[in-house]
Design a protein around this ligand. Structure first.
Ligand code: HEM
Ligand SMILES: [Cu+2]
Length: 606
């Protein structure tokens, strides 16, 4: 089946004998290339939809990283001003009104656009691959794509016009122009379209002679990810559609800031699962294969982990430990359940490490740790995901600090939190997505990865940068530095003052924290620039592949699906249990909280 007009590619196996039927030939004649992908029935239009969701994700990443660079430099303003002996305002220079306008763009493009549209792309593709067919509905496929682009365009316009400087949490009574909220709604609805399409595709697969069969693991994890998010997003949907949007449109003139905050965090906690689970799909089912044909430890365990995240949905109150109006009972339930998240996380840690050990030993690794060095660290897609995983260890441990009710009080709303989540979403997720792009972009475009060495360097730069950055932010947080603050303009900054009487004196000031943040953040930004050079180099490269493009999927687990309880496959049942649990827990919260306490007005502060 394979045509080898131009065999420039060495990575992709040319021989595909004995495989299931391959997808149609995708490349155009003018490209003089006839490359194929490994999913039957998937055509140009399907691939294009996935590709443009991914490109939107990368546009979000680019904008977000640029704002991140500004935030990092803001910490170094004091040093730069001393150096150049004049006031410096980088925000002015790039045409932004304030630090907070930039921070809104940073939060929205990275926490919402980058992650959601990557999920739309990747989870659609994994569903198609796993069920060996294109998505069932072309209308939903295209609706998801157009809604995402339109939504992002609307919100981007609002933010760039400084009509939505409300940060990505848009807490009332901060008020944005309606286009911002409508854009957010479109983006969320695009993720719902993805889920609906996955479910239709699953149904079509069943009807196609698979009644009574077990759902393939890759499809199972992909569907549970989106389903979890659908349930999670109901909070923000009610918040925006019932309260915030009518208020922004002037239909209502008052709002309950605390109640809308509760609804926001209903979604705002499990949103982190939505960022993470597509990465878990990759860590469990792709990375071991890429690392050396490692096998997944247990089919049942993977299913259980994904179900655990579904069930641990209603813990959002742990973001509101310091908030008034929420009874201690609700906060207690939330923090106890929050600690349960450690279990699926630890299970994942041990299981993925076991698969990687298997891969390393397949490659000839010996002894207790010898397998680690045998992993293909020279493959940027592998090194990026391995380093992201290392970052996640520290991110997870610092998460335990946030989760502890009492310790939380010392770090709440400080820069410590920023240090924490740049290791989790900012590295475990973001660096993994970049690493996945190193195989996904070639897969989707039929091009050979360009700049492989630069790509490997990029992954190391990122992890080095974020370790410095997060160390700075955490230290600052412990020294009382607030987050979400334009530090360069704050009047109360704890600057180091001579005489130098010991290390403790320097560490107590915010200078070291600021310096580390600025240096680390700049390194991360440079790493991001390298990433985009590699990706653009790949997209515009002339080196087309002419073989079948294969997704790197891990073999049958050691404990195969035949040893997994069938009840774990009952996605509807688990979603029902999750919904019931959520109903009980939030019922208790609302019972204590209601009636609403409406306050008039909305504010545009910056
Ligand atoms: C060049 C790389 C990056 C730099 C230098 C950077 C820098 C920063 C800084 C300094 C803050 C704190 C601002 C404040 O509290 O006043 C921040 C906040 C934040 N960052 Fe990043 N960041 C980077 C990449 C990322 C990535 C990759 C993600 C996620 C995928 C991310 C997500 C966030 C979020 C969600 C916030 C919170 C925004 C808010 O409080 O409203 N950042 N970033
Ligand atoms: Cu949370």
């Amino acid at each position: 089946m394979t045509d080898t007009l131009s065999t420039t590619d060495g990575d992709v196996p040319a021989d595909d004998a004995g495989e299931e039927p391959d997808g149609p030939i995708i490349g155009t004649a003018s490209q003089r290339s006839r490359w194929q992908i490994d999913i039957p029935g998937v055509g140009q239009a399907d691939l294009r939809a996935v590709k443009w969701q991914l490109y939107l994700s990368l546009v979000g990443l680019f904008l977000g990283l640029a704002m991140g660079a500004l935030q990092a430099s803001d910490r170094a303003d004091f040093a730069l001003e001393e150096l150049f002996n004049k006031p410096i305002n980088l925000y002015d220079a790039v045409g932004l009104q304030s630090y907070y306008q930039g921070l809104t763009i940073h939060g929205v493009t990275l926490a919402l656009v980058f992650t959601f549209t990557f999920s739309n792309a990747f989870m659609s593709l994994t569903t198609m691959k796993s069920l060996k067919r294109p998505l069932a509905s072309k209308v939903l496929r295209d609706a998801s794509l157009y809604l995402a682009w339109t939504g992002v365009a609307l919100a981007a316009w609002a933010m760039l016009a400084n009509k939505a400087t409300v940060l990505f949490t848009f807490y009332a009574p901060l008020q944005a122009t309606p286009a911002f909220y409508i854009g957010a709604v479109f983006l969320v609805v695009s993720t719902w379209c993805t889920l609906a399409n996955q479910l239709l595709t699953l149904r079509a697969w069943r009807k196609d002679g698979h009644e009574g069969e077990r759902i393939p693991l890759l499809a199972f994890t992909s569907v549970v990810t989106e389903l979890m998010w659908f349930l999670a997003s109901i909070g923000i949907a009610i918040e925006v559609l019932v309260f915030v949007l009518p208020w922004s449109l002037g239909i209502t003139d008052s709002i309950d800031p605390q109640f809308t905050r509760i609804l926001f965090w209903f979604t705002g906690h499990p949103i982190v699962y939505f960022w993470l689970l597509p990465i878990y799909v990759s860590w469990y089912l792709f990375l071991p294969e890429q690392a050396g044909k490692g096998r997944v430890a247990s089919d049942g365990l993977v299913r259980l982990v994904f179900i655990a995240f579904l069930l641990l949905l209603p813990v959002g109150i742990h973001h509101q430990f310091t908030d008034p109006g929420i009874p201690f009972s609700s906060k207690t339930i939330s923090w106890i359940l929050t600690f349960c998240i450690f279990f699926p996380s630890v299970a994942t840690f041990f299981s993925v490490i076991a698969s990687l050990e298997n891969a390393g030993r397949n490659r000839g690794g010996k002894g207790l740790l010898g397998w680690i060095w045998k992993l293909p660290w020279g493959d940027p897609s592998v090194s990026g995901q391995l380093l992201a995983g290392i970052g996640f260890i520290l991110g997870g441990v610092s998460g335990l600090i946030n989760a502890s009710y009492t310790v939380n009080l010392t770090v709440h709303n400080t820069a410590f939190i920023v240090g924490h989540f740049h290791l989790t979403v900012g590295t475990a997720v973001a660096l993994s997505i970049m690493a996945i792009c190193y195989w996904l972009v070639p897969y989707l475009t039929g091009k050979k990865l360009w700049g492989r060495r630069l790509a490997v360097a990029q992954t190391w730069l990122w992890i080095g940068g974020v370790f410095i950055f997060s160390r700075g932010q955490m230290q600052g947080g412990i020294a009382g530095m607030p987050r979400r603050t334009n530090i360069s303009n704050a009047t109360y900054v704890d600057r180091f003052t001579p005489p130098l009487d010991g290390v403790a004196n320097i560490m107590k000031s915010w200078d070291v924290a600021d310096g580390l943040t600025a240096i680390g953040g700049t390194i991360m930004f440079l790493s991001g620039v390298c990433f985009f050079i590699v990706i653009l180099g790949t997209i515009y490269s002339k080196r087309q592949v002419s073989q079948v493009q294969r997704m790197p999927i891990a073999d049958e687990p050691f404990h195969p699906v035949s040893q997994t309880w069938p009840i774990l496959d009952r996605i509807g049942l688990w979603a029902g249990i999750a919904a019931a649990l959520t109903f009980v827990i939030y019922g208790e919260i609302f019972f204590h909280y209601l009636p609403l306490e409406l306050v008039p007005g909305g504010f545009q502060v910056w």
